[in-house]
Design a protein around this ligand. Structure first.
Ligand code: PLP
Length: 450
């Protein structure tokens, strides 16, 4: 066979962009002005026209160890050559068991089992199903309600969009799943604009959970799910004491608390997980993205002690059967598991979570240097996450931020925009000089933007 015939061409623009229906994209606009990436290494992408693009967003909040890391690349190469696929229904392979053990060791506190899937959306739907089935296994089958939060993003499965609170992600898709209610979000420009780290105002919003309990009765509520720091909606940092209060209320009423750590997991806040950063222990943690530093799709649900045992005991007492009727063909895929193991090693060897914590003060100052800048109406930050909220153009929401995104890309910087909010979350290997570069490029773009 001609070796060239099998070669993959990463470098030239495809002749036809039409067939790929792009996700969360204005397809028509993109296909008229495509932005294409050809390769990536460490802190940079390279565009198809050969320009280096500094990665200000860890891809899509996922490449926490940076790009093209040798250890991860080699682990993936070896894994795919050795065991391309192995089922995990009634069979197994060593890597996935090892990865589960390492993950439970990484999360401090009482976490002892891990369920694997392939994305954040699947992790959320798996966690919601585990929560519902858990109560049923305990003979508490009336607990079927789920509580999410306005502006929450929990992926795009029907469970995730039902508990999620982003209107466009919900409104096209019918009635969604039954029996869901929402807490209010915590964003307030009036009270919290330009807060550094956790805002002081907003703890009382957690008490809204008591109102929902009074409305529905605790005996009908299975779980509350929140992102410890809401990411995709534009970085909403929890008010001081807010997550602790949610935990207290859930404990009081026997409700499970799920932290969706798809963004906050794996060092984003300067600790392994947000549960450690905030000192609040949920019952289930969902994660994905940084689990493999974005290299191979993988998600997981990490479970507090007692949850798995509840399923095992219930199955035993009914004579022995499959305990959880849930799973994916690619649950614990060997190539993803290898990527996960190598990624955890890179995080550990390079001390990337501590590095994020050390850099976070510099990052905070860098983000807040945008206070007073043209168009800027708020700056928010925590760990290695930052958001710069822009005043929308009258009658044209999102347009100004999108223009900033395109201009930044032209100037060699990748940012992420959601609504009129610029969200930044660089790989944790970033250098201070590269933080300065993000700030300088973005400032220049904002100053020249209508
Ligand atoms: C908090 C949270 N949950 C779930 C998801 C969905 O993850 P995925 O896109 O891998 O399905 C995301 C993605 O950004 C997320 O931020």
């Amino acid at each position: 066979m001609d070796p060239k015939a099998a070669a993959i061409d990463f470098d030239s623009s495809p002749n036809n962009l039409e067939a790929f229906w792009m996700p969360f994209t204005w397809n028509r606009r993109f296909k008229q002005h495509p932005l294409l990436l050809a390769s990536a290494k460490d802190m940079h992408y390279t565009s198809v026209d050969g320009r280096p693009i500094l990665d200000g967003t860890a891809g899509l909040w996922c490449c926490n160890a940076g790009h093209g890391r040798q250890k991860i690349v080699e682990a993936v190469q070896q894994a795919v050559a050795r065991l391309d696929f192995a089922p995990t229904f009634q069979l197994g392979h060593p890597l996935v068991f090892e990865l589960a053990s390492r993950l439970t060791n990484l999360v401090p506190g009482n976490f002892d089992h891990v369920f694997f899937c392939n994305s954040g959306s699947e992790a959320v739907d798996s966690a919601l199903k585990i929560a519902l089935a858990y109560h049923r296994m305990r003979g508490d089958a009336a607990r079927t309600r789920l509580i999410g939060r306005e502006r929450g993003y929990h992926g795009v499965g029907f469970g995730g969009i039902s508990v999620g609170g982003i209107v466009k992600n919900r409104m096209f898709f019918g009635p969604l799943i039954n029996g869901v209610d929402h807490l209010p979000h915590t964003h307030s420009l009036e009270h919290n604009a330009f807060s550094r780290g956790q805002p002081d105002w907003g703890l009382h919003l957690a008490d809204e959970l008591e109102r929902l309990v009074a409305l529905h009765d605790a005996s009908t509520i299975a779980a509350v799910i929140v992102e410890p720091v809401a990411g995709s909606t534009g970085v909403l940092v929890p008010p001081v004491g807010y997550l602790q209060r949610l935990r207290e209320i859930c404990d009081k009423h026997g409700i499970l608390l799920i932290f969706d750590e798809v963004i906050t997991g794996f060092g984003r806040l300067g600790k392994g997980f947000a549960t450690e950063y905030f000192g609040v222990e949920p019952d289930l943690i969902t994660c994905a993205k940084g689990l493999t530093s974005g290299t191979i799709p993988m998600g997981a649900v990490i479970c507090r002690k007692g949850i798995y045992e509840t399923f095992i005991d219930a199955a035993d007492s009914s004579g022995g059967t499959i305990e959880l009727f849930h799973g994916y063909t690619y649950t614990g895929h060997p190539v993803a598991a290898a990527a996960g193991l190598a990624t955890l090693e890179v995080y550990k060897e390079e001390g990337l979570f501590d590095r994020a914590a050390e850099l976070s003060g510099y990052w905070e100052d860098a983000m807040h240097s945008f206070k007073g800048e043209k168009h800027v109406i708020d700056v928010r930050n925590i760990g290695m996450v930052g958001a710069i909220e822009l005043e929308p153009r009258p009658g044209k929401p999102t347009e100004r931020a999108y223009d900033a995104f395109v201009k930044c890309f032209e100037k060699g910087l990748m940012i992420r925009v959601t609504g009129d909010i610029i969200a930044l979350s660089p790989p944790l290997i970033i250098e201070k000089a590269q933080i300065d570069e993000i700030v300088d490029t973005l400032r220049d773009v904002l100053q020249h933007l209508d």
